[in-house]
Write a protein that binds this ligand. Structure first.
Ligand SMILES: Cc1ncc(COP(=O)(O)O)c(C=O)c1O
Length: 405
């Protein structure tokens, strides 16, 4: 039989793996002269290259035999120890009933959570909009998604409460809720402390787990209470996920989960079958980067750069964007959401025109589990240079204008 069509060999689950629009885009964008406002890449200026050269040779000379070896699935002990110290300085409570497992990026943490906790048809609550990578990871477990809208104070927990009441009256039960409470991707908002407390109460009352994804709380641009849900709940039902991707290097692929130790035991079994363990060498380097304060200095430097770039993007939008468009004013994170003037406009359909004109973004529909958001897009300001941000917004405005005519 011919191998020109291999579909008969492909597992059914692959149909659920929608290739990330971001990654597809980056492929095109990388091969053309296009200003990318698409991905969520850190500014390479923030990479501590010289410090890492020093650390690399120190780790290899002093700990090479261990650093180049296999290591425990849960992570290298000295890295886990440094991480717990770092988290407690950030106000993330790791209680005596909790445990920490290192993951290969926080994307793997989301995958492990999906594989370990979500069965087909389970009810899973997501924000509208939510992080595309989480939607894609959870989708593989074939849940029923429930979308709850966001506003400037984060997920609207009153709407959530009404939905929960209705579901429970119908005999249905939510298993898990996923949120990015601080400096949301893509919405740029932070959930108010009152709502965070309300959410924790609802999780108690309706007996569901909360997955708190926290890659961006180091990047808040206004005075913000960043108390994590993990520290507001004492019952062990919050699963805290974070990463070194934006505060050291995404190339290291280092993330982690803090959760009740009985749940972490299940995560450990799952991770073992995925990749045995996260690369030992980058764990040793990360331990050293945390211990010697390198991570803290990256955070300080990156936060100043991103705050400035955020302001540049907002000014460019004020100066050049087509009247009638709405955009978010992020209080944290790396993204601005833009909404086009008309409901019937579709940013996915407009994307090729934009790329031809020289700018890329991520169409908004991919962030909404309820199929809405087609006239929105996500714009990144951390990676492009300041002059590219201005140029990119000018080009984008012209593309939108020509669609409106
Ligand atoms: C909200 C959120 N969660 C998780 C991730 C995954 O990050 P990584 O796998 O690099 O840790 C990202 C990346 O942009 C993100 O924005």
């Amino acid at each position: 039989m011919s191998m020109s069509n291999v579909s008969r060999f492909i597992a059914r689950r692959v149909e659920l793996m929608r290739s990330s629009e971001i990654r597809e885009l980056l492929k095109i964008v990388g091969s053309r002269k296009v200003i990318s406002l698409a991905g969520g890449l850190p500014d390479p200026q923030t990479f501590p290259k010289e410090e890492l050269v020093r650390i690399c040779s120190k780790v290899l000379m002093e700990r090479g035999d261990s650093a180049l070896q296999y290591s425990p699935t849960k992570g290298v002990d000295e890295f886990r120890y440094e991480l717990i110290k770092f988290l407690s300085n950030k106000g993330v409570k790791v209680s005596k009933d909790d445990d920490l497992i290192v993951t290969t990026g926080s994307q793997q943490a989301l995958h492990i959570i999906a594989l370990t906790l979500i069965d087909p048809k389970d009810y899973v609550v997501m924000e509208l909009p939510s992080y595309l990578g989480a939607i894609n990871a959870f989708r593989l477990s074939e849940p029923n998604f429930i979308g709850i809208p966001l506003d400037d104070d984060g997920m609207n927990t009153d709407i959530l409460e009404v939905r929960l009441r209705r579901l429970y009256a119908e005999g249905k039960k939510v298993k898990l809720l996923y949120t990015i409470p601080i400096a949301h991707n893509p919405a740029g908002v932070t959930m108010s402390l009152d709502r965070r407390k309300h959410l924790v109460e609802l999780a108690e009352k309706y007996d569901f787990l909360i997955v708190e994804d926290d890659p961006y709380s180091s990047f808040t641009y206004e005075p913000t209470d960043t108390t994590p849900l993990k520290s507001l709940s004492s019952s062990g039902r919050v699963i805290y996920v974070s990463t070194l991707s934006k505060i050291l290097s995404p190339g290291f692929r280092i993330g982690w989960i803090v959760a009740h130790n009985d749940i972490v035991k299940e995560f450990e079994k799952c991770k073992q079958s995925l990749d045995l363990h996260t690369p030992t060498f980058t764990q040793y380097l990360s331990a050293e980067a945390l211990r010697t304060g390198i991570v803290n200095s990256v955070i300080e430097k990156a936060k100043a750069i991103y705050k400035r770039k955020k302001d540049v993007m907002l000014e460019a939008l004020e100066d050049y964007m087509v009247p009638g468009c709405w955009w978010s004013r992020p209080v944290g994170g790396l993204f601005v959401m833009l909404r086009l003037p008309r409901e019937d406009m579709n940013t996915s359909e407009m994307l090729l025109d934009a790329i031809e004109a020289g700018v890329a973004y991520v169409p908004g529909a991919s962030f909404y589990v309820d199929g809405s958001g087609a006239n929105t897009m996500r714009l990144n300001f951390s990676y492009p240079k300041e002059e590219q941000i201005v140029e990119g917004i000018k080009i984008l405005s012209n593309v939108i204008k020509s669609r409106l005519q």
